[in-house]
Design a binder for this molecule. Structure first.
Ligand SMILES: [Zn+2]
Length: 74
């Protein structure tokens, strides 16, 4: 996180994000095609889950080509 935070200009944001945690837990990344990031409110409405610049950098470095995420629902 720190390395990629420095890479995208936010070195102080070095806490672990869910996307990075998922990539770290993934045992076989070389065939990874996409990552899905879903976030919902307590009421079940979809919420914005666009990966931050740090996570986008980590996802790109991992060779993952497609990112799918929820957007805010009304
Ligand atoms: Zn993030």
């Amino acid at each position: 996180m720190k390395l990629h935070g420095q890479k995208v200009g936010v070195p102080f944001k070095e806490y672990l994000h869910a996307e990075v945690a998922a990539i770290v837990k993934c045992k076989n990344l070389h065939n990874a095609h996409s990552i899905h990031v879903y976030r919902y409110s307590k009421e079940g409405a979809p919420m914005i889950a666009k990966p931050c610049p740090i996570c986008e950098s980590v996802i790109k470095s991992a060779g993952i080509k497609h990112i799918y995420f929820t957007v805010h629902g009304e």
